[in-house]
Design a protein around this ligand. Sequence first.
Ligand code: NAG
Ligand code: NAG
Length: 394
Amino acid sequence: MKYWSLIVIVLLMVGLTLSTLSPPKDKQRKDKGKKKDNQKGPVDQSVFDRGLVVKDPKNIDILRESGLYHQDTNHRNFDGEVLGYITPWNSGGLEVAKTFHGKLTSVSPTWLTLPNGSIKEFKIATHDVQEKWLKDIRTANDAIHQLKVLPRLLFENWKPKEIINLHKNEARRAQLVQALIETAKKHKFHGYVLEIWIGFYYSGVDTRIIIDLIKSLSEELKKNNLQVVLVIPPSRSSETDVFSQTHFDLLSPIVDYFSLMTYDYSSVQRPGPNSPLDWARKCIEKLVPNDDDPRRQQILMGLNFYGYNYSLEGGGAILGSQYLELVESHKGKIKWDDGSKEHYFEVKTKVGSSFVFYPTLFSLQQRIQLAKDMGTGISIWELGQGLNYFYDLL
Ligand SMILES: *[C@@H]1O[C@H](CO)[C@@H](O)[C@H](O)[C@H]1NC(C)=O
Ligand SMILES: *[C@@H]1O[C@H](CO)[C@@H](O)[C@H](O)[C@H]1NC(C)=O
């Protein structure tokens, strides 16, 4: 390598290290969003110290600060369970899980699917499993803190007769459980997140059969020291509850945790906030009404780390990086919706305008406080979609 290019690289590295270790200077702040300047890395002050958890966040602060995080990633502000999902399609989540190992209690990579309920012998396809990453996560564990890995197992497109057959046929159930136990042993998983309820419920099979089936699978997994988390939908005012208090009462003695999907309250057809705070509270109260009930701990209230960009033509979900692009192009202020306790803003486009809802430090802090007040844990969908500075809150 030529001498001068080495010097340039060293200078760049010094510049980067200095700039990521200290908060942006006021001088830099005045240089208003002229160019995108989203630094990433650890700094010696948290978002609280830097005064960023506010109701009226500045666009420039979001752009400049959101990639930074407090260097003490082992310090926890939230004592309950924190489950973080990771998807292969936003693979940045793998790195996030390593960086914020100390802030999470378990991670659930969405690696496993059982797509065919009629197959003769169940095999768990593990081609998505990341061995090196699993090893890195284990290496970061110590006597005080161990991050559990519970991959999500999706039961996809099962027909009613296949569900009933699995319920009736004990040998078939035993074979499935055996395949799950062997897979867990081989990859050192601590259990599974079962994505089974919604699909089976809408198949039309009697919920008593579904509950019985989940109970029997969970019991066998737990006998083998594997944890079981059940994904459950939130309550919607427009319909009877897909997952009700009765279902919770029947399953809570067997299942360890319930991953409650308190997001996607609004949709492209009905734009609005993603997870109104009062609605999230009601979803928890409907399952466990009594504040002193210890089973509240079994609920992992869903926190969305993604947002939505709604327009007349439709729009769709957005990730942190897309949000930053929208914030950068947006000239006006970010607004607070006091009804839902969420931030949003309106972007003018050539044909009209679009509305952007995405979590902020302030909106997330209110939800984390809600989980503290209610005595629940948290589940994050998902680690690859959020912004680094969100983790200072946990
Ligand atoms: C499921 O498995 C059965 C038996 O192996 C096979 O006949 C059927 O085509 C499969 N269905 C799907 C949707 O893959
Ligand atoms: C947001 O929606 C507008 C209007 O549909 C569209 O023009 C724009 O590309 C979208 N931006 C992102 C980041 O999704």
